[in-house]
Ligand binder design. Structure first.
Ligand SMILES: *Cc1c(COP(=O)(O)O)cnc(C)c1O
Length: 352
């Protein structure tokens, strides 16, 4: 049976990326060695890191004032590494809490300095994005989650602010051309839209750093990682390589313009189908719906188990909603083909 992989993360990767990664496990670039067996300071691997950084910069269309890092600890570590490097008792972090991940960013930042939650969409169960933000005096930076993976909302137009903007782009980086330059720091765990688990990309403006009144352990200090070229200690060599293969694939397929075209087509098809059938409903404000993760429900919740069983029977993987949200979640990252969304919509039509 053909499987359709709608996993929210770790998630689907392009078949050719998997083939290339598998080949490199046996023989990396005709070295006769596995990618798992080479030193991270060899020119072979330094070339991998440099090409990955350069590709990120090309895709984001950002200049020399930005640095690209490949770190460990997941996006979850960025929830604390960002405030550790940027916030102290003299400043204020403004954070948008639009769901599970933004909420965790708030809790972690509070350990390092004052925090103001400038938007909280829990009044409507996080089914929308609150966009009129009032930043308190002394705001050091504004943190947003560009795509709320669990709740199914996405910022389609970033807030216009006069403080540094920080974006958790874990689940929508490289899904479309976007104003990356509006951000002073972007981070993304690789396992959703750009590779395998184990590496987190951080893109940061160097001018933002070195200003807090605190000693920072070297391993958590962005400046130390920049000085060391992402090779402060042993990095996740294989995960970085899989990200490079995925970044190459994005460019080869036509870059972010092409990714957006495909992602928009998939999302349009799915949301149109949901809206067409009274058996299903999507509670998310239309203008805030995510093109990466669609969250929706069965109008009659007693039918949900039957629908999920039907999905399983037809090879639809990973469509059960997040444990605290319930319902259905269909993740449509870059590598997911339109044919999988079509197959899912056919199933919805039949069920309906
Ligand atoms: C998945 C996710 C995270 C958590 O990522 P980890 O790599 O598990 O730490 C954080 N933010 C967003 C938006 C996510 O989608």
């Amino acid at each position: 049976m053909q499987l359709h992989n709608f996993n929210s993360g770790p998630a689907i990767l392009p078949k050719e990326v998997l083939d290339q990664a598998a080949a490199a496990i046996h023989d990396f670039n005709n070295t006769g060695l596995s990618i798992l067996e080479i030193g991270h300071r060899t020119s072979w691997f330094v070339d991998v890191v440099e090409e990955a950084k350069a590709t990120v910069k090309r895709l984001m269309n950002i200049g020399e004032d930005y640095e690209v890092l490949f770190l460990q600890g997941g996006a979850t570590m960025q929830f604390m590494q960002v405030p550790m490097n940027l916030l102290d008792e003299n400043g204020m972090a403004a954070i948008c809490d639009n769901g599970v991940w933004g909420n965790k960013a708030v809790s972690a930042a509070k350990l390092f300095g004052p925090v103001t939650v400038v938007a909280d969409s829990s009044d409507k169960k996080h089914t929308y994005i609150k966009k009129d933000l009032e930043l308190p005096a002394g705001t050091r930076y504004l943190h947003i989650t560009t795509n709320n993976t669990v709740e199914g909302t996405q910022w389609h137009q970033y807030p216009q602010v006069n403080v540094p903007l920080i974006g958790d782009m874990s689940s929508d980086v490289f899904c479309r051309p976007t104003e990356f330059k509006k951000f002073d720091l972007i981070y993304a765990g690789a396992q959703k839209n750009m590779g395998a688990a184990g590496v987190t990309m951080v893109v940061v403006k160097k001018s933002l750093l070195g200003k807090v009144n605190r000693k920072i352990p070297a391993i958590l200090d962005y400046l130390k990682h920049i000085e060391a070229g992402s090779l402060l200690n042993t990095p996740p060599v294989f995960s970085i390589y899989v990200s490079l293969l995925t970044l190459r694939w994005i460019e080869k397929e036509g870059g972010l313009v092409e990714m957006e075209k495909r992602n928009q087509e998939k999302a349009n098809l799915l949301y149109t189908t949901i809206d067409a059938h009274p058996a299903f409903y999507c509670p998310i404000e239309k203008e805030d719906r995510s093109i990466m993760n669609a969250v929706f429900f069965l109008t009659d919740p007693t039918k949900e188990a039957a629908f999920l069983a039907l999905c399983k029977q037809h090879g639809m993987i990973g469509v059960k909603g997040y444990r605290t949200v319930g319902g259905i979640r269909v993740s449509m990252y870059n590598a997911l083909p339109l044919s999988s969304v079509q197959a899912f919509c056919d199933l919805m039509n039949d069920f309906s």
